[in-house]
Design a protein around this ligand. Structure first.
Ligand code: 4AD
Ligand code: MG
Length: 432
């Protein structure tokens, strides 16, 4: 009897008669032997078929199986130190479930990224893309694990919102039975409401920004995890961020060793990601950049080269704090010592991966909030519920948002964010 197993679990079945259900990834033959590369979604394994060991019929059939046909492979699992997996199948029999058309677009040669993105639904079957998306799954799970362990409650915000939540530009507008509404840019404002009900909460969902940016760090649909904490100030907020980022990175580099190897990721820099993280104020960062010869003035936003330069001065992620209030969102608490700047921070990842977290203490005083909203020209009616939070038991509170895809890109060491999500939505692409 053959045991049904997955490739991920082969080490438990050495010497056993096994069956794997999967797809033919690649094959080559040398007359009396055929080598089958089989993938089953959990991994890749080589099957060795000897002409003298199988029936003539099976050997001939095998020659005709096209790339990506779905198959069952039956045989003995044996140790093989030459393969990265450490095992191969000595094949007794192969059964075809579906013979793939023989025009499979992703042949095993080099293709341009545009072509691969056009065939994203198939591209994700290849080892590297598969490894990236497995790591994404692990990051996803580890994020939830951290917040559960720390006593945070997951509260989902709506995706359709009557008002802008983060900025008044970059909104995807939709028609809601004749009313103009928007796809949410952030779950934060709703997390502030649920934090006043549950104290420590987080949201984790897709967010949408109609930014016309065509960089390797921007997408128009991305996932963000947004914790929000009552009775927490700016300092408390940064402590949670550094512990959180350390936890996710340290766990994932341990549990995803094999996938990181497939990606040829040198994890040395990731191993150093341990709290506490260095901090620099925006004002000091501007001065540092000016000294290094960059043309940048107080009040300017950082571009990618500035972020990269700042990150290169440290061997861990770095917090940039106290940004000019004018640059940042209306809800950020001004620093009482210098109200021109806010009690907020961005966390910049090493190796040029840029901002992975934005966070701040929130304005908890009703009058100050109303004044800020007025300055920004925000309509008070649709934000009334948000103002209510400052009317009924308002407390200092803080939170932050971490972009899932930027984090996955950094961990994987990949050069473009579009590979970090199954189906990317970017300026030029909504297919497949
Ligand atoms: O800095 P952002 O805009 O912050 C917020 O939305 C806050 N409401 C978060 C909060 O305090 N609850 O975005 C947070 C993070 C960024 O640091 C980045 O990692 C990611 O979201 N992000 C993007 N990722 C991919 N594509 C884009 N266009 C992104 N914009 C932001
Ligand atoms: Mg930001």
């Amino acid at each position: 009897m053959y045991k049904d197993i997955t490739i991920a679990k082969v080490q438990d079945f050495e010497g056993d008669k096994i069956r794997i259900k999967g797809w033919l990834y690649n094959k080559r033959s040398s007359g009396k032997i055929q080598f089958l590369q089989v993938r089953d979604g959990s991994g890749f394994i080589q099957g060795v078929m000897m002409k003298k060991h199988v029936s003539e019929e099976v050997f001939e059939l095998c020659k005709t199986i096209s790339q990506e046909s779905s198959i069952e492979v039956l045989g003995t699992l044996q140790k093989d130190d030459r393969s990265t997996l450490g095992f191969e199948i000595f094949v007794d029999e192969v059964k075809v479930i579906h013979l793939a058309d023989d025009d499979y677009p992703i042949s095993l040669k080099e293709h341009g990224t545009d072509f691969l993105m056009e065939n994203r639904h198939l591209w994700m079957r290849t080892p590297k893309q598969n490894a990236i998306l497995r790591i994404r799954d692990e990051v996803n799970f580890t994020i939830r694990e951290f917040f559960r362990k720390e006593g945070f409650i997951l509260t989902e915000p709506p995706i359709i919102t009557p008002a802008s939540c983060e900025g008044t530009t970059d909104l995807f507008e939709i028609d809601y039975f004749g009313e103009k509404v928007y796809l949410s840019q952030t779950g934060q404002l709703y997390a502030e409401a649920t934090a006043m009900a549950f104290n420590k909460v987080y949201t984790f969902g897709p967010t949408f920004r109609a930014e016309k940016s065509k960089t390797r760090k921007h997408m128009n649909e991305f996932w963000m995890v947004e914790p929000e904490m009552a009775f927490a100030d700016f300092e408390d907020n940064m402590k949670v961020q550094e512990n959180f980022v350390e936890y996710v990175i340290q766990k994932v580099i341990k549990t995803m060793k094999r996938e990181l190897q497939v990606l040829e990721r040198d994890t040395g820099a990731l191993e150093r990601v341990k709290a506490p993280f260095p901090r620099i104020t925006y004002t000091d960062a501007i001065e540092m950049l000016q000294k290094a010869g960059y043309e940048i003035n107080w009040g300017d936003d950082f571009g990618a080269p500035h972020e990269t330069y700042i990150a290169e001065q440290y061997d861990k992620p770095v917090f940039i704090t106290h940004f000019p209030a004018e640059m940042k969102a209306f809800y950020m608490q001004p620093d009482p010592k210098d109200p021109k700047v806010i009690l907020g921070s961005d966390l910049i990842a090493p190796e040029g991966y840029g901002e992975i977290i934005g966070g701040s203490e929130r304005i908890h005083d009703k009058e100050l909030l109303l004044e800020k909203m007025k300055q920004e020209g925000l309509p008070t009616e649709v934000y009334q519920w948000y103002v209510d939070l400052r009317k009924y038991g308002s407390v200092p509170h803080s939170g932050f948002g971490l972009g899932l895809e930027r984090t996955v890109s950094w961990i994987c060491g990949i050069d473009h964010i579009r590979q970090s999500i199954p189906f990317a939505r970017t300026l030029n692409r909504v297919y497949p």
